[in-house]
Write a new protein. Structure first.
Length: 185
């Protein structure tokens, strides 16, 4: 299978060509955020306040990294279970968020919002947290420092490995994969 190389920021054209199951290497800037940060960002949107970063074309990685060791830009960074962000995701997709990285299933409302807004959901491998951490070349906290490991960080990444779990049409690897396997058994 071909590996697709993507550079951020994402555009409608870049994500429209991605298909469920595609292997992707992401380079450029991505942001981190878990449920506490998402809650704050959605509250900022509701109040008409400025967000910590421009959402248009961005990717949010659901992660709370371990402390950074000397000589590294980032600690180990395995993905957080994505459904924890589901209540907060549609408003961010409406603002132009184009990609999310995590693990696990998404609620139907999130998938519908992804289809409406032309966004993708990437999966990262939880057991590869140290490898993922090595893909981060630079990291800086840009918001909510009081949340410690859950603060929003701006990461510069190189060849960050992910798989397309849900594409812009709503095709879902968690449904397609098992169905395809069962046909062979």
């Amino acid at each position: 299978m071909e590996i697709i190389k993507l550079t951020t920021p994402l555009t409608a054209e870049k994500v429209a060509n991605l298909k469920t199951g595609d292997k992707v290497l992401i380079s450029g800037v991505i942001y981190t955020g878990r449920d506490a940060a998402h809650k704050r960002m959605v509250e900022q949107v509701a109040k008409g306040e400025k967000l910590p970063f421009e959402m248009e074309g961005q990717i949010i990685y659901y992660v709370g990294p371990t402390p950074t060791k000397p000589g590294y830009a980032f600690g180990s960074g395995g993905p957080t279970t994505s459904y924890r962000m589901d209540a907060y995701t549609p408003p961010l997709l409406d603002l132009g968020l184009k990609g999310m990285i995590g693990k696990g299933k998404r609620e139907p409302a999130v998938i519908e919002s992804m289809k409406k807004n032309g966004a993708v959901y990437f999966g990262a491998i939880g057991g590869a947290a140290a490898l993922i951490g090595k893909c981060v070349k630079k990291a800086e906290i840009v918001a909510f420092e009081d949340l410690d490991s859950e603060a929003v960080r701006r990461l510069e990444v190189e060849d960050f490995p992910v798989t397309v779990i849900i594409d812009t049409k709503g095709n879902n690897l968690y449904e397609i994969g098992p169905a395809a396997y069962l046909k062979t058994v």
